[in-house]
Design a protein around this ligand. Structure first.
Ligand SMILES: [Zn+2]
Length: 415
């Protein structure tokens, strides 16, 4: 797992970071070239049966470490750089080749100037400056300031950090241990997609999709107003100011999109690693966005009860729908997803199966009129969804069989 944070180097530091990047690429490429040459020679030696000892046929990290030390003495400009950073490049080469030999990756290739803008810092040492900023100690560059947006404890425990330059922005990616796998019993997860709680699971997770913060929302509204004050004249290109405002709005929207994508990637990865099957409702986008039926008030004639029309209308709803769609898509990419009928999942008790409108006391509260179960309404729905999958009639009692038929079903739905 990795945590990426934005870094803010000083101009002097920036120069040093570039130097590290160049040295890393130089060492990486020269080490790859050396291994290629060695591979070619050892194939030749194998052919003429010069040696049968496989350890003599492969270059390793230790050999190349010695060679690097010599090279640093031969090339003063390289010797002035950080040995630790350059050694890390050798580790990357080692990793790339072991991935290749384990058939996890293709043969390592040379890094080009424009796609290899990063270097690694091992033995991470970080310090927190204040609530918002921390520093990472980078060899020869000193304390590199970065913005903290994640749990400090996770950053503190990082094993290594990678400094990267992307789109003219410096970032630090901290590599951390993956979160512990959750004990999940039968490995079946029920998920309910809702408005109040974006995703509720049968294991009581209640997850909210990230939104803009209060300050960001204010800025968003004021930018939209600004844009409205600068109307586009017909047949003319946008004015410079209008373009500027548009870009500002675009960046804010991009930030929100990034946040949502990140949330969805993290959630789906976590679910895929912890469970074997995810059970979802057959979502009907049309149902989610169509106007709810009017609910006549039985006590006062001629009047209507609230039917949730306000909650269904507006941008919020559209955003949520796109979020569920993306969640569904990414989850299906990562694990087996089974769809069950969505009817009355919010009104059915997951314990006794009793279905009644009265079971749902309010938006959040579920209280079964038959068995007296009290639970969060969305969690109950997720558990009901999970039960529907578990209670599905199967051809055989064999679990593998059941999973296989489920795959066929999901595939059919995609088609
Ligand atoms: Zn019940």
């Amino acid at each position: 797992m990795s945590i990426r944070q934005r870094a803010y180097p000083t101009p002097e530091q920036t120069e040093m970071l570039y130097t590290h990047i160049h040295h890393t690429r130089f060492v990486y490429n020269i080490a790859v070239a050396q291994r290629m040459m060695f591979d070619r020679q050892s194939r030749e030696r194998q052919r003429v049966k010069d040696t049968d000892d496989p350890s003599k046929l492969r270059l390793n990290l230790r050999h190349q470490g010695h060679d690097l030390a010599e090279l640093r003495q031969e090339l003063p400009w390289l010797g002035e750089g950080s040995s630790a950073v350059q050694q890390s490049a050798l580790r990357d080469v080692e990793k790339a080749f072991s991935n290749f030999f384990a058939r996890r990756a293709s043969y390592p290739h040379f890094k080009r100037r424009d796609d290899a803008k990063s270097f690694t810092v091992r033995d991470v040492s970080v310090r927190r400056l204040n609530r918002r900023f921390g520093v990472l100690t980078v060899p020869k560059a000193g304390s590199l300031r970065f913005r903290i947006t994640r749990d400090w404890d996770d950053i503190r425990k990082a094993k290594s950090a990678r400094v990267t330059l992307r789109n003219n922005c410096w970032n630090v990616s901290f590599t951390t241990d993956p979160p512990p796998r959750r004990e999940t019993g039968d490995g079946v997860l029920g998920v309910d997609c809702g408005v109040a709680i974006t995703l509720a699971t049968s294991d009581r997770d209640m997850l909210h999709v990230p939104t803009l913060s209060g300050g960001e929302r204010k800025r968003f509204v004021s930018l939209e107003r600004e844009l409205a004050r600068k109307p586009k004249k017909k047949g003319e290109p946008d004015s410079a100011n209008r373009t500027k405002t548009k870009h500002k709005l675009g960046r804010l929207q991009q930030r929100l999109t990034n946040r949502r994508k990140d949330f969805i990637e993290q959630m789906t990865t976590f679910f895929a690693e912890s469970y074997e099957v995810a059970v979802l409702e057959k979502l009907q986008i049309a149902n989610m966005t169509k106007r709810p039926k009017p609910k006549p008030d039985r006590v006062k004639t001629g009047q209507f009860l609230p039917n949730g029309a306000a909650a269904k209308s507006g941008l919020n709803r559209a955003i949520l729908a796109s979020c569920w769609g993306m969640f569904n898509q990414r989850l299906s990419d990562k694990m087996l997803v089974v769809k069950v009928s969505a009817s009355y999942t919010s009104q059915q008790c997951h314990r006794c199966g009793h279905t009644a409108e009265e079971n749902r006391k309010s938006q959040a509260e579920f209280c079964c009129q038959q068995c007296g179960l009290v639970d969060n309404a969305d969690v109950n729905a997720a558990k009901t969804i999970r039960n529907r999958y578990l209670q599905q009639p199967r051809d055989t009692g064999d679990r593998v069989e059941a999973v296989a038929t489920a795959t066929v079903e999901t595939n059919l739905q995609i088609v």
